[in-house]
Ligand binder design. Structure first.
Ligand code: C5P
Length: 193
């Protein structure tokens, strides 16, 4: 049976970095599920059709990392039919041997409710805005406003809102180095393997 690690949390919480590092450490597959919504948002046109026709090549576009692509992703991610179209791909990914790490907003709650390990990674919005501003070379105040708008939309939507699963381990990385956060995540996984 494959082993599944579900990592959720808001943008720039460190969840992507932790997910990649866990996958490398344990030899698991990794899927950044935000890329699916970013690719749908970036396609334009009918988002449901875009979600239905999504291919691996769509996920490799360089422009998906921008703040604009993040905002567009968050808008299409609130559409129930878009989310429904993306479920099968994500669940199939999660079943790969020997295991998989998926990071997003609803992995522990909706996509992989039976995951062996669930982590909910957070950080204060000021810390997250400062991190994202450094990464993108953007203004921290502008990033803070954008993150707050996106968090509010992701947490308030009717379908698969961003929230920790009841059985998730909470990891607040506000005052942690990425190495320290990874060590906590790695030890959490190691005790359940
Ligand atoms: O994680 P990332 O910032 O790339 O996600 C972009 C947007 O995609 C999020 O703001 C959220 O609206 C949406 N998303 C989602 N469910 C996921 C992953 C991302 O709704 N599992």
């Amino acid at each position: 049976m494959p082993f599944t690690i579900a990592i959720d949390g808001p943008a720039a919480s460190g969840k992507g970095t932790i997910a990649r590092a866990l996958a490398a450490h344990f030899g698991f597959h990794h899927l950044d599920t935000g890329l699916l919504y970013r690719a749908v948002g970036a396609r334009g046109g009918d988002p449901v059709a875009a979600a239905r026709g999504l291919t691996a090549a769509d996920l490799a576009r360089d422009d998906l990392r921008s703040a604009e692509a993040g905002q567009a992703a968050s808008r299409v991610a609130a559409i129930a039919e878009v989310r429904a179209e993306l479920i099968v791909f994500q669940r199939r990914f999660a079943r790969q041997e020997p295991g998989a790490v998926l990071d997003g907003r609803d992995i522990g709650t909706v996509i992989c409710p039976g995951a062996e390990v669930k982590l909910y990674v957070t950080a204060s919005d000021r810390v997250r805005a400062a991190r994202r501003a450094r990464e993108l070379g953007a203004d921290a105040d502008e990033m803070l406003a954008q993150l707050r708008e996106r968090d509010a939309r992701d947490a308030a939507r009717a379908v698969a809102p961003m929230r920790p699963a009841a059985d998730a381990v909470l990891l607040d990385t506000s005052d942690m180095t990425i190495e320290a956060a990874f060590a906590v995540a790695r030890d959490t996984v190691a005790t359940r393997l």
